[in-house]
Design a protein around this ligand. Structure first.
Ligand code: SF4
Ligand code: FES
Length: 574
């Protein structure tokens, strides 16, 4: 990089420099956009400008898969190799791209144009096999036509949105974002207006009475979380939207953000009023550039319309939202890791307690909820808790979004009231299996989930029924495998995912996920050795008991559930 280029960088950084360390990730994104990668002089300039030690800057660059400390092609192509895409021939995809460009994965093509990388789930599982070409999403990527993939048009593939009800997704399915005026026409921001006439405590009571449970996977009651942050004496308070949805098989938050961005923003403003927060952040995963752009535009629209900023809609509420883009680290979906990432550090989970409600972002009281959870809030306030509870079941009230992918006829996003059966979702709504195929397994809850089989089809999709059937609801990811799927290969891919994404902070997960992957890889290659089943079960138990965060605690769930259902899959070949 020349001095003139560095000058350009300095100018670009000037605006965010006063934020200091918390601007590190945005600064590195900026630098990478200018240079294509982050060289040493550029990293040093970022360190100097933000007053962050250079070693810490390198530590952050190394942590995130989408930040590059070595040169890469002008366009990085990420080809997904997670289960839903693998079922649709994803391996052939990366191979064919590499052959076409005459490069090895990770290398730069001779004209400097492309680098091909294997990526974990890109949140495009309903369009498998999927790739991200620079910032352009490509669905149904045809490995017989790599040239067409490289020349991606930028037209995002449209997701199928269906279901028994269309409440949260009423504005989704048209394949375009809802502008502020459209959102208002459909009743948007009426809940905010109503909430501003209510006391903060009344808003919290309404959310508690509605029985809203977080939709991100941890299933914590939202109203109790809000009450904790509201009662915390410290100031300022923060609202953080976890839009780092990265669970393989999950893409619902992407569709909500891309097609109805104002719903999330409205939920966050209502939360700010409820707990007395003045600043919010939306942290969108790096693999969702379109969602990031659309939400950023919506935030600007909302600000211009005085829904954000000082004295929102003439009330005493002051609240604004800043956008943050992740850079490819699954662990940042863990709430405390995400907070660390916003603070400009590596996304390592914190030890809990203390919890974010009292010691969250910058150690201040913080509410962190995911996109779908925030999207439920306007609904609760607009309809009132009693009417909201008429949807779903007594113990699992409300609508729920499910992402169905894999070997079904109509992969897509389905909105149903809690309580419909898995059979209804898969066979009636998602069109069932492909002709002539039989059901082999259903992975419930994504990579951290567990397998269901034919006998589980009549289980009701509620928190309580799934718990009783020992199946996780997770964030609502459902991947279907018919009798043609190679489950050993799928398990190996899940094992690889966790070994790759473990942040390395604690040994049970760091070592356990590596050993687990090695054994699963052996099995997939038909090279299992005597005792592998016992070894896997030992490793799984240790990770569950001794890991620091949810990633390690759930990294073996799918493997252990497969072991119960199909023990022979793990035996050495006779
Ligand atoms: S369990 Fe895994 S991901 Fe979580 S802190 Fe430990 S090493 Fe990191
Ligand atoms: S995008 Fe490939 S599995 Fe999700």
């Amino acid at each position: 990089m020349t001095d003139a280029d560095l000058e350009l960088l300095r100018k670009a950084l000037a605006e965010i420099a006063p934020q200091g360390r918390t601007a590190l990730l945005p600064a590195l994104h900026l630098a990478q956009r200018l240079q294509g990668w982050v060289s040493e002089p550029v990293a040093a300039e970022v360190a100097r400008t933000l007053r962050v030690p250079l070693a810490d800057v390198f530590g952050v660059i190394d942590f995130y898969a989408m930040l590059h400390s070595e040169p890469v092609g002008r366009t990085v192509i990420q080809a997904c190799s997670s289960p839903s895409c693998a079922l649709a021939g994803a391996d052939g995809l990366a191979e064919s791209l590499c052959n076409h460009l005459n490069v090895a994965p990770g290398d730069v093509s001779t004209n400097g144009e492309f680098t091909v990388e294997h990526a974990p789930c890109l949140g495009l599982c309903d369009h498998a096999p999927a790739a991200l070409v620079g910032e352009k999403a490509v669905g149904k990527a045809d490995s017989n036509n790599p040239a067409a993939i490289c020349a991606a048009t930028g037209q995002s593939p449209e997701s199928f949105v269906g279901g028994d009800i269309r409440i949260l997704t009423s504005n989704c399915g048209a394949g375009r974002p809802t502008a502020l005026a459209d959102y208002q026409k459909s009743g948007g921001y009426a809940a905010l207006k109503k909430a501003l006439t209510m006391t903060p405590q009344a808003v919290i009571t309404e959310v508690k009475t509605a029985g809203l449970v977080g939709r991100g996977g941890a299933a914590f009651p939202t109203g109790i979380k809000w009450e904790g942050a509201a009662a915390a004496p410290d100031q300022p308070k923060y609202i953080v939207c976890n839009a780092d949805e990265s669970e393989p098989g999950t893409f619902k938050d992407r569709i909500l953000m891309e097609e109805d961005p104002h719903r999330t923003i409205e939920g966050m403003i209502i939360a700010a009023h409820a707990v007395g927060a003045s600043q919010g952040y939306i942290y969108v995963r790096g693999e969702y550039p379109a969602a990031f752009r659309i939400l950023s535009n919506a935030v600007n629209e909302a600000r211009q319309a005085r829904m954000l900023g000082k004295n929102i809609l003439g009330s005493p509420l002051n609240f604004d939202i800043e956008m943050r883009l992740g850079a490819g680290a699954y662990i940042c979906g863990e709430e405390t890791a995400l907070l660390e990432s916003i603070e400009g550090k590596r996304g390592l989970p914190r030890i809990k307690p203390p919890f974010p409600t009292t010691h969250g972002l910058f150690q201040k009281p913080t509410i962190i909820n995911n996109v779908e959870t925030f999207c439920n809030v306007p609904l609760i306030i607009a309809r009132g808790a009693t009417k909201y509870r008429k949807i779903g079941t007594e113990r699992s009230p409300g609508p729920k979004l499910f992402c169905v992918s894999g070997q079904v006829q109509k992969p897509g996003l389905y909105e149903v009231p809690f309580g419909v059966t898995l059979r209804h979702l898969l066979l009636d709504l998602a069109g069932g299996l492909n002709p002539g195929r039989k059901l082999q397994a259903v992975l419930m809850g994504g990579a951290a989930g567990a397998f269901a089989v034919e006998k589980d089809l009549d289980v009701k999709l509620t928190f309580e029924d799934l718990r009783a059937a020992e199946l996780p609801l997770g964030s609502g990811a459902i991947v279907v495998f018919d009798d043609s799927a190679d489950l050993r290969d799928m398990l190996k891919r899940l094992g690889h995912f966790f070994a790759d994404e473990s942040c390395g902070k604690c040994y049970p997960c760091q070592l356990g996920s590596q050993r687990q992957y090695e054994i699963l890889d052996r099995g997939a290659r038909n090279h299992a050795i005597t005792g592998d089943r016992e070894r896997l079960s030992d490793i799984g138990g240790t990770m569950i008991d001794a890991s620091l965060c949810g990633l390690g605690q759930t990294a073996a769930t799918a493997v252990l559930s497969a072991m119960k259902l199909w023990p022979e899959l793990f035996d050495a070949k006779k």
